[in-house]
Ligand binder design. Sequence first.
Ligand code: GUN
Length: 305
Amino acid sequence: MKTVDVAPEKLIDGKAVAGRIMKDLEAEIRSFSAGGRPPRLSVIIVGENPASQVYVGMKVKKAAACGIDSDLIELPADTPEELLLERIDRLNSDRGVDGILVQMPLPGHLDQQKVIERISPSKDVDGFHPCNLGRLAADKPLFISCTPLGITVLLSEYRVRTEGKNVVVAGRSLIVGKPMALLLASRGKTGNATVTICHSKTENLPAVTRTADILIAAIGIPEIIKGDMVREGAVVIDVGTSRIEDPGSKKGYRIAGDVEFDSVYPRASLITPVPGGVGPMTVAMLMKNTLQAAVLARGESDAQR
Ligand code: GUN
């Protein structure tokens, strides 16, 4: 909860940056669509996880706002794996669909990795397929996972140099931690960092996070990063979005990041708020990846003629 006085110049305004990117994308998509059809994104959600429902609703809404057609495919929580895989197969072979996204997490009976691997790598706008993760590791990226990609854009927008810096990535998920570490360690403008990944088995987590010039918190445990875990002057990026009970709020819950804002804010030189930091960038990067998928698909179909 934010109770400290916040100086706007210390906040990384992801909402504003994402808004500018969406505006540019809208113009690019308009010109792309004039040469044929608009890009199309198919979003699958299985079950009724309330947070996931909000996220997919946002993705569909933002797609429409920038000129991308989308389908929202809502499947019941007890959908058999074979049925979900068949659905993905159909989307893979549908030439009218450019991007496919299956919202995570999936209900427990579904094998998340199997589902990810069923999506054609050329339509994997989330960048989760091992081919896309492997391409990133090989410095030949095609689709890069949206949250890490959005974070590198934010760092660059705020002129945060990564070269030679100690970056600590807290969290090792396939969605954020691993691709984030790969991006930051790769050659290039938002890379060349000295990267440490830490996780639940890390001994003395505070000692590790205190080495960070840039700290990326992507563990998924609300407010686990406290002020005394952060070096004075560090740049702090909070990827967490957990719902925690808050009887005082209208909805009965609030969204908390992985960072305890009030104790970390005074030590940080720059920090992302939750909400309004990383989240809007994830969605903007999804739109960017979907346009990229559509451009690639059109190029391939032109080449076949
Ligand atoms: N769950 C949390 N973040 C994401 C994301 O970026 N993509 C998908 N598909 N699921 C998620």
